[in-house]
Design a protein around this ligand. Structure first.
Ligand code: FMN
Length: 220
């Protein structure tokens, strides 16, 4: 079982968000998962230019670190993504990554995967964990859970969140092992998939790779 952690804090090993991402990875590793951490700020991820070439060909116009990271994400059974709250949103590197993933959304490429969100903020972390969770569902993944801390509440707040993160990592491992079905999330994922499929049918001649993908899968 492979679990990938991705963190968008610019603060490297001093990042408080990274501690929570690492906590989830440690929890999963303690159950036997193979874990890997990626510092998103060390990668070059260009901004999506909205050309929709990936819809038609299955690959992106830019030759940067995105495809390598996507390959890692697709190979993972589970993921934990972490970001600090920057102006009520994820940090720009993570937003850039998400924007590059429109093809993942249309193909529901995270179908069968389980994800966790981790965040810290000076005032609020929940706007970020909610935002990341919505995106995981959009990619077709189940959300095992979230962990966050308001760092201005002092070091004990981050320490407590680290403990929660470790437990969350163990829950992530168990979800993947047991192929847990989250029925409410499944309803949302299925509704999204049918909406995307209708758009792709309508754009059959211009989104050829996406049409061929769902045609091969029998439009489930
Ligand atoms: C440019 C900038 C914008 C920020 N905006 C917010 C914000 O809108 N809300 C909030 O709660 N915290 C905000 N913060 C605080 C960070 O989210 C907080 O310090 C976070 O824990 C840093 O995470 P890190 O240690 O992983 O880098 C901001 C920090 C910076 C540097």
């Amino acid at each position: 079982m492979r679990i990938l952690g991705i963190c968008a804090s610019p603060n490297g090993k001093k990042s408080q968000t990274r501690r929570l991402v690492q906590g989830v990875l440690d929890g999963a590793a303690s159950c036997g998962a193979q874990v890997e951490f990626v510092d998103l700020c060390r990668l070059k991820i260009e901004f999506c230019i909205g050309c929709r070439k990936c819809f038609d060909t299955g690959s992106c116009f830019f030759k940067d670190d995105y495809q390598g990271l996507l390959d890692k994400m697709l190979a993972a059974d589970g993921m934990v993504w972490g970001s600090p709250n920057y102006s009520f949103c994820v940090r720009a590197q993570m937003k850039a990554l998400i924007d590059r993933m429109a093809d993942v959304i249309h193909l529901q490429s995270f179908d069968g995967k389980y994800c966790c969100a981790a965040a810290t903020g000076g005032r609020d972390d929940t706007v970020i964990t909610r935002y990341l969770s919505m995106n995981f569902l959009d990619f077709g993944a189940y959300v095992t859970g979230t962990v966050g801390a308001v760092v201005t509440q002092g070091p004990q707040a981050v320490e407590a969140a680290e403990q929660t993160a470790t437990t969350l990592g163990q829950a992530l491992f168990a979800d993947i092992r047991d192929k847990r079905a989250y029925f409410d999330q499944r309803k949302d994922i299925d509704k999204n998939r049918h909406e995307f499929q209708a758009k792709i049918r309508a754009a059959k001649d211009v989104w050829r790779n996406q049409y061929a993908y769902w045609e091969a899968r029998g439009w489930p």
